[in-house]
Design a protein around this ligand. Sequence first.
Ligand code: FES
Length: 107
Amino acid sequence: MIVCSCHVISDKDIETALVEIMRQEPAPLPTPGVVWRHLSKRMRCCGCAPLAVETIYARLEKLERDGAISSEAGQSMRSQLIRIQSRNGGLRRSRMDFKLPEADAAE
Ligand code: FES
């Protein structure tokens, strides 16, 4: 799935970047800006930002389930992403209302 049409960044690109970012010591909070910089890109129109946050959140959950990152690190990062998202105008829908993009096991 393409998340950013300006740079043709897919959810797989984001997941790969997240694994590398989370291996850094200390790992930075993987905001869309951090992930895009890791991919040597800069946000242009920022139209993808809400989907980018949802994708990062969902991929952190998947990486945590797969054991690629610790549950403490995943939980901490996801909590911080929710706080930032709430501070920046909040989620368009409640966390419980929207369906996060599933990290497809068949990918
Ligand atoms: S759609 Fe991602 S920066 Fe424009």
